[in-house]
Design a protein around this ligand. Sequence first.
Ligand code: CTP
Length: 398
Amino acid sequence: MLVGKKILLVIGGGIAAYKSLELIRLLQKAGASVVPVLTRSGAEFVTPLSVSALAGQKVHAELFDLTAEAEMGHIELSRSADLVVVAPATADLMAKLAGGLANDLASTLLLATDKRVLMAPAMNVRMWEHPATARNLETLQGFGVLTVGPDAGEMACGEFGPGRMAEPARIVEAIDATLGSGDLAGRHVLVTSGPTHEPIDPVRYIANRSSGRQGSAIAEALVRRGARVSFITGPASAPKPLGCAVIEVETAREMLAAVEAALPADAAIFAAAVADWHVKAETRSKIKKKGGETPPPIELAENPDILKTISHKPEDRPSLVVGFAAETDDVIANATAKRQRKGCDWLIANDVRPETGIMGGKNTTVTLITQDGPEAWEPMSKTAMADRLASRIAEALS
Ligand code: CTP
């Protein structure tokens, strides 16, 4: 599945570095060749000899290595691969790239590369949760850096929580998804997903039951066909899709800003269950329950309609805009009218009456409404529906 692909693998200095040996083995089994780069601290955890023996290649370690510069300069090294993978990506490596530092071979390569970068973060849970790491992650995602993991669980340091490097098999899946060469290769597709949260005060918010499962499935189906996907998600419970640039937002207004920042795109799929309203006067202090008083009124104001805004954009409108409609009555008539109202090209209508089990479930029954009218699809899993949609998108963009 990765036959002929060249992966530049940067091994950072963390206990998870031992898993990078297994990663090399799995990548080779999948047909890829691995050019290893070992940081100085990475070499404290795995030896250059074991890395080079497994990769069947020289290990690159020093920035000012005259022999290596004569054979292949570090800039060329960063460009000759199909993908740069950093596993484990330590807090230090993440900070270096986020800050634009280039003081060793690994950081120089990361800054100089014109290829996509996929990071598999691994660090102590406190380090992962530190605001500095969170800020660096956000910066890196803004640069288009992809991430896989970290997983939650017991860590080598004895603590528990998120910070464990994703398993090598999952990293290979993410690499495969990123390098997928299909009929959407070279296309940029934007997907919104999940619910939005609209704050009432610092501790309360208005939400909805969207799991984000359909949006994640669509994003992964697009990635499998080779698209570059910007996945803009509210706080969803479904796992984040692999191989996408994930942009996390909370409110509808933040989602619109993130969508606009991610344009231009060839297609945009609006699968998010965006809240229609936000609280007009969100308070900075927690609303207190004062005994005997009537409950406080909550005044709502309308949120921007993201789908409608993008569909009517005079510039930068994606050539294919797809919306979703969750309906309980007169599904086709309501959805057909909604397609007109929103100005999108396609609308996917879901019958969300509770007895259908679609909302939050694994299966779905949809009708695709285009300018040619409704087209009922047979009941299928959300993954199968995502594949069918991705294939139709590829057809429409060809
Ligand atoms: N949508 C959006 N921004 C909003 C509301 C909805 O982008 N503020 C998008 C959704 O992502 C979905 C489509 O619009 O693709 C339909 O959303 P829905 O809530 O069903 O439509 P409404 O216009 O809110 O109609 P109603 O609630 O009356 O059914």
